[in-house]
Ligand binder design. Structure first.
Ligand code: GLA
Length: 385
């Protein structure tokens, strides 16, 4: 299918290097890359101390970086309009997209300045974690320029720094899944993360053996996690945990949600607790190659996100329902919600039909066409040039 986006290609690193020369003259000291992600299952569980199962996409953000001798910081992007320049003293005050970059420099307490040029193949606002890809690419670039080897401990340190940057400077109190998978993704596998103790485990997902592919449908409806709805869900979860007497919702017993008398808090808690169980069911289904079971659990996740957690929208629901009707084994929204993307587990020979049917359903409603990509588990962040 010609409108299936293949994701990152090796020329992205060269392209961002060339753009650096044009913007700032001379060559960058290095180029770093960090991937976007899709979450297979385990949505809105990370900030509740629960489990999730994301994988890194081949789509990634590239940062060409060069150290400066003074305290100036210059940031420009091939993906988003505009340039930000300032000093290392202004890092906490950058507006808009630049705050995702300056926030990381601020958390890492850089003293000297940098010239940074950014290019990305992760669609912005698509629920594929473009912001974590940007933060992690910047963190890896700057950390490498400070001479730190990128071992596992450092990767976790940088993921935590990026998370802090996103919540304290960019103003989106996200839960950590996106940064952790961008930094720790096992190349070619999904990553099970348990936020109870931040432990991780690679999960091979041999979809090919089942004759399947994971189709990503970007609805084109743009969300902003900083707009308050995400923070409101977090507060509701914290309130529910408080009423149940546990530090985080995932620590509550399986059916304890039924003890909550407030209908909204009961449904939020039910989503989180049942979603953690669905992660375990999905993990087991993948190990056993029970693909129909995996499809069913994706469907159940979407229903729970739509009805109990209330983070879906018409465009996501139509993509999910149409994908299923066109032959997907299961489908669900992925990421924070309120727009963004859907994943559909589809027989490889039906992926084109599923995409075409979803595009037709959108056209019939007068909505602009969604875009499509096939998710292949890819590599974590690193220096690439
Ligand atoms: C966004 C956040 C993540 C996570 C998901 C929902 O992607 O960045 O931390 O909470 O939403 O699962």
């Amino acid at each position: 299918m010609d409108h299936l986006d293949p994701g990152t290609t090796p020329w992205m690193a060269a392209r961002v290097g060339k753009a650096f020369e044009q913007a700032y003259g001379g060559t960058p000291d290095l180029v770093a890359r960090a991937p976007g992600r899709v979450n297979l299952i385990g949505e809105h569980t990370d900030y509740n101390g629960g489990r999730c199962l994301p994988l890194a996409l081949p789509h990634a953000t590239y940062v060409a970086a060069r150290r400066r001798e003074d305290d100036r910081v210059r940031i420009s992007s091939l993906t988003v309009e505009g340039e930000w320049t300032g000093s290392t003293k202004d890092l906490a005050a950058a507006p808009g997209w630049a705050s995702y970059v300056t926030g990381v420099l601020w958390v890492l307490e850089v003293e000297r300045g940098f010239d940074l040029v950014i290019a990305s193949s992760v669609p912005v606002g698509s629920g594929l974690s473009s912001s974590a890809a940007l933060e992690c690419a910047v963190a890896v670039a700057v950390d490498a320029l400070h001479g730190h080897p990128l071992d596992d401990v450092r990767r976790r340190h940088l993921a935590a720094a990026c998370m802090r940057a996103e919540s304290e400077i960019a103003g989106a109190p996200t839960g950590g899944m996106d940064q952790l998978v961008a930094m720790l993704a096992p190349d070619g596998d999904a990553l099970l993360i348990d936020f109870h103790d931040d432990s991780t485990r690679p999960v091979p997902v041999p979809l090919q053996e089942g004759g399947l592919q994971l189709l990503v449908i970007d609805t084109g409806v743009r969300h902003a996690l900083a707009d308050g709805a995400y923070a409101a869900r977090r507060r509701e979860c914290e309130a529910a945990a408080h009423l149940l007497g546990v530090p985080t919702l995932a620590r509550a017993s399986e059916d304890s949600w039924s003890r909550l008398s407030d209908d909204v808090l009961m449904r939020r808690a039910r989503h989180v607790l049942t979603e953690c169980e669905r992660v375990d069911t999905a993990d087991q289904a993948i190990i056993e190659g029970e693909w129909a079971e995996l499809g069913a659990v994706l469907d159940a996740s979407h229903a729970s996100l739509a009805h109990d957690f209330e983070v879906s929208c018409a465009e996501l629901d139509v993509a999910v329902e149409t994908a299923r009707a066109a032959g997907a084994l299961g489908a669900r929204m992925t990421g924070g919600g309120f727009g963004g993307s859907v994943i559909a587990l589809a027989p490889a020979d039906r992926v084109t039909d599923v995409a075409a049917t979803v595009a037709a359903a959108y056209a019939a409603r007068g909505w602009s066409s969604p875009t499509f990509l096939v998710a292949e588990p890819s590599a974590p962040a690193g220096v690439v040039g």
